[in-house]
Design a protein around this ligand. Structure first.
Ligand SMILES: Nc1ncnc2c1ncn2[C@@H]1O[C@H](COP(=O)(O)OP(=O)(O)OP(=O)(O)O)[C@@H](O)[C@H]1O
Ligand SMILES: [Mg+2]
Length: 215
């Protein structure tokens, strides 16, 4: 059985931003399955419930034409345990092997960090992580973080603030934001106001994972 690195080496041409760039999908599929297997220690399954979503995400991240709009980000919504975070972590690893990884941040950790240091620059312009400036990012468990977060006397709806800025990055530079959440659209409006609710469809591919929990 080949490892992730060996399978990676069989891919000759790097993935580019150009959707028309035809790539050897079979080699990438092999690599993806290897990464998924490695990351989940062999537990990740592709079945009738997630088959279509996994394949559309696979094409999306490789910037190949498919059912998702590659200019937009991803909004993965659904009940607990349906595999949203797992997918984002696996695709993050998969893209890392192609040198195009993105980080996944858990929203409640971001608010805790804000309450301790009052600084969100890492999530906005990537300060402290890289000199590249703002990059694609994933925010996991959106809606589970405490609102507002408090830094000394300053109360802030942290994720609302981050979205505000990410929306402008998306408009200006096409930067993508990925989200996993249990929230329904009405909850989004209640917690974050109509600003985010109204921009959701514009900025994100809306994807639903349903069914029983996989836990
Ligand atoms: N495709 C899969 N095959 C096998 N196990 C899976 C798969 N996807 C997720 N799991 C397992 O199911 C459990 C729940 O997955 P995960 O945490 O990704 O769900 P979630 O949708 O993010 O849940 P929540 O809404 O509570 O955050 C985990 O233990 C994970 O390992
Ligand atoms: Mg999750």
């Amino acid at each position: 059985m080949k490892g992730v690195l060996e399978v990676r080496q069989t891919i000759q041409r790097p993935v580019t931003d150009m959707p028309e760039n035809k790539i050897d999908l079979i080699a990438y599929k092999r690599l993806f399955l290897r990464v998924a297997d490695h990351y989940s220690k062999g537990t990740f399954v592709i079945d009738e419930r997630n088959k279509a979503i996994v394949y559309s995400l696979f094409l999306y991240f490789l910037k190949q034409p498919g059912s998702l709009d590659i200019r937009k980000g991803l909004w993965l919504a659904g009940p607990v345990g349906t595999g949203k975070s797992t997918l984002m972590y696996i695709f993050s690893r998969f893209m890392q092997t192609l040198q195009r990884g993105f980080r996944v941040y858990v929203c409640s950790r971001i608010t805790t960090e804000y309450a301790m240091h009052g600084d969100l620059s890492r999530y906005l312009d990537n300060a402290g992580w890289s000199s590249l400036g703002p990059v694609d990012m994933c925010f996991d468990e959106f809606g589970r973080e405490p609102i507002p977060a408090k830094y000394f006397g300053n109360e802030l709806n942290v994720m609302q603030h981050i979205f505000h800025i990410r929306y402008s990055y998306w408009q200006q530079y096409g930067l993508r934001t990925y989200v996993t959440t249990n929230l329904y659209p009405n909850d989004v409006e209640r917690k974050y106001g109509d600003y985010i609710r109204d921009r959701r469809g514009e900025m994100f591919n809306l994807i639903e994972l349903n069914g029983e929990s996989r836990r």
